[in-house]
Design a protein around this ligand. Structure first.
Ligand code: ASN
Ligand code: ZN
Length: 332
């Protein structure tokens, strides 16, 4: 007999949170019965199989320190729950495949492994512990990014190279930001940065910036004909920039205490449609209109079709959606 339970997670990046757990006899496991039985496993620095399902005699997980191996499990379990809730509550989607079945999560992958990844083959997300095993890559935005690769895979199926690969990556960054905002966690407030909590650069700077992606030294701000030949984590830049501009508009702005300053390719200002509308448009474009080979021009068309469906052809929201694309040098 397994009972639906709510445990307590003492996370590293998000403070003390509620976790969906299950009780089996006298022990508890990280099995979220309210969210498609999403389970979190401990690889204990191994790199194959599923390791062991996190389980324990009490329903308290981690102590906020990386030394306690449950802590990364708590963070990743929480991030998956937030992502599940976001797609359900905001977009009406019951799991990545809309079938009520969750992927699973593995933490403590490898030794000093500085990455996290999604795999279609296992329908699972995997997280390394970072440099010196000191900073697991299990923050809310990283978890939402990886889980969103699963959504992209079962919907548009954007091929992970060329312009479609950049759009695949941007989709993960866009919904990473959306989930982080929706979580409304006081320890990890929403922002248009990716990976700001995991200190992946060793100097406290984020992995990526959506207001002006070139702030990372490698990502592109705008579309150009060479975009399809660079790494997908850099060709995501213009679409991330589109999402920021559509959400917040061009120029200088402070959101949740973070300063942004978003330029436009054509120098013309962009009037925002608001983040909630930008999220709805991208989700509908991804799940209804994009295909495996969609490029940037196709993404513009897909979002305009979505904006027409949701807000009306020629509506203010439709026109500002188009203006945000012109601002990254796609269309006019
Ligand atoms: N963390 C990376 C990502 O999700 C892993 C990769 O390059 N596939 O994009
Ligand atoms: Zn990715």
């Amino acid at each position: 007999y397994e009972a639906v339970h709510t445990g307590t997670g003492n996370t590293r990046y998000s403070g003390t949170v509620t976790l969906g757990t299950s009780q089996s006899g006298s022990s508890y496991t990280l099995t979220d019965a309210d969210r498609g039985n999403h389970r979190t496993y401990n690889l204990n620095r191994g790199s194959s199989g599923t390791g062991t399902l996190f389980s324990g005699a009490d329903d308290v997980w981690g102590d906020g320190t990386t030394a306690n191996l449950e802590t990364a499990g708590a963070d990743a379990h929480y991030g998956a729950a937030l992502t599940w809730d976001y797609y359900k509550n905001v977009h009406g989607r019951n799991g990545l495949r809309n079938d009520g079945v969750a992927p699973y999560t593995r933490v403590h992958y490898g030794n000093n492994y500085v990455n996290a990844f999604w795999q279609d083959s296992c329908f699972c997300m995997t997280y390394g512990d970072g440099e010196n095993n000191a900073n697991p890559l299990t923050s809310i935005d990283v978890a939402a990014h990886e889980m969103t690769h699963g959504l992209t895979s079962v919907t548009a199926g954007l091929v992970y190279s060329g312009e479609s690969g950049g759009l695949n990556e941007a989709t993960s960054d866009i919904f990473a930001a959306a989930v982080e905002f929706a979580a409304d966690n006081p320890q990890d407030v929403g922002d248009y940065l990716v990976g700001e909590k995991i200190d992946i650069n060793g100097d406290g700077t984020p992995l990526r910036y959506m207001d002006k992606p070139s702030r990372d030294g490698a990502s592109r701000d705008n579309w150009s004909s060479s975009l399809g030949s660079i790494d997908v984590h850099y060709s995501s830049g213009p679409a991330n920039h589109w999402f920021y501009l559509a959400s917040e508009g061009s120029g200088a702005k402070t959101v949740n205490g973070v300063d942004y300053d978003s330029p436009t390719y054509d120098g013309l200002p962009v009037t925002p449609i608001g983040r909630a509308n930008a999220e709805k448009i991208w989700f509908r474009a991804l799940t209804t209109y994009m295909t495996s080979t969609t490029n940037y021009a196709g993404a513009r068309t897909a979002t305009l079709q979505a904006a027409a469906d949701l807000f009306g052809l020629g509506s203010v929201t439709y026109n500002n959606t188009a203006n945000a694309w012109a601002a990254i040098n796609v269309g006019s």
